[in-house]
Design a protein around this ligand. Structure first.
Ligand code: TRP
Length: 331
């Protein structure tokens, strides 16, 4: 079975953007691929964090993935820090990467600027710089065929491919070169308060995103307040009507209808009624997942599932790292 590697960082709660953009895709792949789902807690410590939040975010993330109904026989959910080969391979990759390549990463530039501004300092944690080589290790350890990531991660995947190719040229066949799978355009969910920006869990403005764990009244409140326009006519036009178009996209994602089918259903509504319908749709889809989530955290089922994930991921990672070390001449 071909392999997919996907990673979710532990910085903050999951949003409906993560759900529609990547998790739903992973569920739809069910059974077609063997999927290694990395709870990227080591990526989570590249920026300042509180230990108790790190623990909670990591456990919540694993529990949520399980609650979504991912089939645990073909999906291996595990904590990145527990498969120690990620850190070790990451170091070897760092030694095959130039500082210039890392400094050129758009995400590095954005994150470091943000960090400097926020902390009124001139220097940044080096974890932000080495983020992409850790991500490359996540991917290359499992000989992934495909990596489904959003546009913002494409540059990191290009770098992964470059490092892997460079090492293959130097040492013979070390790594499989992974393919990038683009997300369908539809699944990019924008901020509710500024629909020209991507919905982000790290945003300071809690009204800009919906967490997958938000309760019914919070979801409704956030949708009702979502920024639209004054035309009060529903049609899809991302350039002129980014707010309404974003809500249509969310409706389409949660109802499994295409944009056209969604428009047939909602085009005659005024904004208020549309937002009400959208809120109840979200609540009806998220509530059952949240109920399962609650049971999984209470019974600690996440522990069993991630222990199984750890066993399988480790068995692959141990072999792979040994073969990499052997090829580059480490005794
Ligand atoms: N950097 C990715 C993101 O921010 C998360 C991630 C970590 C990842 N490791 C990965 C994605 C490995 C794909 C494969 O979305």
């Amino acid at each position: 079975m071909e392999r997919i590697v996907s990673g979710l960082t532990t910085t903050g709660t999951l949003t409906i953007g993560n759900y529609l953009g990547s998790i739903k895709q992973l569920i739809n792949n069910g059974g077609k691929y063997e999927q290694f789902l990395v709870i990227a807690d080591l990526h989570g410590i590249t920026v300042p964090f509180l230990p108790e939040n790190l623990t909670k975010n990591s456990v919540d993330l694993a529990s949520f993935l399980i609650a979504c109904g991912l089939d645990v026989s073909s999906n291996h959910i595990f904590f990145q820090n527990q498969v120690i080969q990620h850190s070790e391979l990451s170091y070897i990759l760092v030694c095959h990467t130039t500082v210039g390549e890392l400094l050129r990463m758009t995400q590095y530039k954005e994150k470091s600027e943000k960090f400097k501004l926020k902390n009124k300092t001139n220097t940044v944690p080096s974890g932000i710089l080495f983020y992409p080589t850790l991500m490359a290790a996540d991917i290359l350890l499992y000989d992934a065929h495909f990596v489904p990531v959003g546009k913002d991660q494409k540059q990191h995947l290009e770098l992964t491919r470059n490092i892997a190719t460079r090492m293959n040229n130097k040492y013979g066949e070390v790594f499989k070169i992974p393919e990038f799978v683009t997300q369908p355009r539809l699944s990019k969910i924008m901020s509710l308060t500024d629909p020209t920006k991507k919905m982000s869990k790290s945003s300071e403005d809690k009204n800009s995103y919906i967490s997958v764990l938000d309760d019914a009244s919070t979801i409704t409140k956030k949708i009702m307040r979502a920024k639209t326009d004054s035309e009060n006519r529903i049609y899809y036009d991302v350039t002129h009507k980014p707010g309404i178009s974003n809500l249509i996209t969310i409706y389409s994602g949660f109802s499994n209808l295409t944009i056209e089918e969604t428009l047939k259903k909602v085009a005659n509504l005024d904004y208020g009624s549309f937002k009400k319908q959208l809120s109840s749709l979200l609540v009806s889809k998220l509530t059952p997942i949240q109920e399962r989530f609650k049971i999984i955290t209470e019974t600690m089922e996440w522990k069993k599932v991630t222990q199984k994930g750890l066993r399988i991921a480790s068995s692959v990672a141990v072999e792979k790292l040994l073969s990499v070390k052997d090829k580059i001449g480490l005794v």
